[in-house]
Ligand binder design. Sequence first.
Ligand code: GLY
Length: 340
Amino acid sequence: MEKSKNRREFLKVGTIGSIGLVTTTMACASETTTEEHDSIQAEGETSAKEINKPIVVSTWNHGLDANKAAWKVLDEGGSALDAVEQGVRVTESDPENGSVGLGGRPDRDGNVTLDACIMDHQNECGSVAFLQHIENPISVARKVMEDTPHVMLAGQGALEFALEKGFKKTNLLTEKSKEEWEKWCEESKYKPIINRENHDTIGMLALDKEGNLSGACTTSGLAYKLHGRVGDSPIIGAGLFVDNEVGAACATGVGEAVIRIAGSAIVVELMRQGKSPQEACEEAVNRIISKHKNVEDMQVGFIALNKTGEYGCHAIYKGFNIARRDQQDEGMVDSTYENE
Ligand code: GLY
């Protein structure tokens, strides 16, 4: 397999990630009081760093519409937590999207089963796994976070909890998804389709006007998976991780590979050690490559966002892209990658 890290695009991401309209400045080393900030600057020990906030970044083309809903919340001064929930709900409710929520591709037995998680700036988190019949699993995950002492509910228990909370039962298998699945059943070859340029999962990270981070991740998982299979997306530390002192990260692609390296937690820990969001995503991708004998049929991509609103993204293969919205504008950014 040809190695072809795209350095030109690396620079592009790094540059775009740091040019947003400045709304606030603060010492980059840590959150400090104004007095501390001033004295640090006077002594010249560290330079003030511009903070690009608010900002929201999310996976794939479907992130553009999701970001619009998130941006409405952020622009009005709402929290990053509300923004990511409202944002990914758009993708969950889009019947044309075959990898998330309504219209998501079913497992090999024809059941649409959903995974989702959400995490805020106070290390609070909630998650649902193997949830059926509910269009917006991210909002159920938020209820788990806010209304229970638990982090994760799965399967029938998650469904019963959702119904108790007033969520409505919905048939998530659209005619289109059903027809595609029936066609797949003719051969029933289970092989994950590498999502080089297809969409898989929406992961979203946001930094609000207060400077707080949150993230959300939601998916119908790998198409035609084994019944009962759960991927990385509902697992805090795998599909998503947020540490408000440092940054946030989320993953897309083959969840098993992400779980094996605790992917999003690793990206955040690498940022804690001083790596930029871009460098942290690159190292996590390379760790996946080094831990797997064969990544031929395996796409994984990471996004990271730090406390200054700088972001990065990197994937095993070409084709991953992310949507970004900040004070300056909105747009798509092609991810850097390891292999063509
Ligand atoms: N990353 C989505 C999944 O593997 O289920």
